[in-house]
Ligand binder design. Structure first.
Ligand code: SF4
Ligand code: SF4
Length: 77
């Protein structure tokens, strides 16, 4: 799987101000069937580690603070 080198252009982004990974939340990482999300321990936020996505949405739906945004490609909508 390709590493997500640029965190700004990946389809799944996390609002660092809303993310509570620093308080122990790992919901989005746990629900992702592809295991492409991870927690950045130095920043205390979740992020897309691998640039691969099924657009299945549980990461966005289950995030308790609404920090996750999945940018669905136009052709899949
Ligand atoms: S589910 Fe939301 S609050 Fe929890 S780690 Fe993921 S982005 Fe952060
Ligand atoms: S939309 Fe699905 S595959 Fe993509 S990051 Fe979220 S849970 Fe993982």
């Amino acid at each position: 799987m390709p590493y997500a080198l640029n965190r700004v252009t990946v389809p799944v982004t996390v609002d660092a101000d809303k993310c509570i990974a620093d308080k122990g939340c790992t919901v989005c990482v746990d629900v992702c069937p592809l295991d492409v999300l991870a927690i950045d321990l130095t920043k205390g936020t979740a992020y897309m580690k691998f640039d691969e996505c099924w657009y299945c949405m549980p990461c966005e739906k289950d995030c308790p603070t609404g920090a996750v945004n999945v940018d669905i490609p136009y052709l899949l909508r």
